[in-house]
Design a protein around this ligand. Sequence first.
Ligand SMILES: [Mn+2]
Length: 276
Amino acid sequence: MYQLNTTRHFRTLFLSDIHLGSKAAQAELLIDFLRVHDAEKIYLVGDIVDGWRLKRSWHWPQSHNDVVQKLLRKARRGTEIIYIPGNHDEFLRDFTGRHFGGIEVKLTDIHETADGRRFLVMHGDEFDVVVRNARLIAYLGDWAYDAAIAINLVFNAIRRRFGFGYWSFSSWAKLKVKNAVSFIGAFEEALAGEAARHECDGVICGHIHHAEIAERAGLLYVNTGDWVESCSAIAERHDGTLELLRWTRATSSEPLNDAAPKLVVASEPVAAAEAA
Ligand SMILES: [Mn+2]
């Protein structure tokens, strides 16, 4: 718990899976969060805009505009913003290296923390096929792993061409509740492995809507969570420590709307201890 209306300043903020353009996006909560959290650098780690959803039915209320405006304003005021597209906003992958209103688009990035650790930053959907077929791939070996990643790209390009929606990891894992934990495990392993290949100390990703700071195979696995259900973000303090922030309905800020339940603000360092 901390005082409202006092802005917390971080070295870096990592946000993902906001899904603007879908009704599920918790845009008001995010605006609230952005009002009292600032950083020198902000990473948008994919699925910020839900392009698949927008294609089917246009849903773009003022609050979704406000999120974009808030981010652009931060960029104007000197925050470095890097946008790493995910599967739901993969149309932006065609704009890698371009700048939009001070926001730079990158496929992936390597972020160095204040204490000198290197983190691979990527959305994570690149490993969907690997995760879904983890057992088979473990049996078949490395070539299957590489092939699966290549197939994943082609598979999604075809789905997009024919107007199908993107396969959703989180809803799929939920349907298979019994196995969800092992799928999440396979995802974490795949991402940690990718970080190791890039000679990084860890990975910071999104995609599976499951916020976490944990050690995996000697590396730090960090997931930003989402702004659909968990309303979470990862923050890097000025000393390089990573902190998991969870944001719930604000108490003393303006009521967001009449229907809004009144909950307590909490932005506690849930996993800061393990992260250190
Ligand atoms: Mn995703």
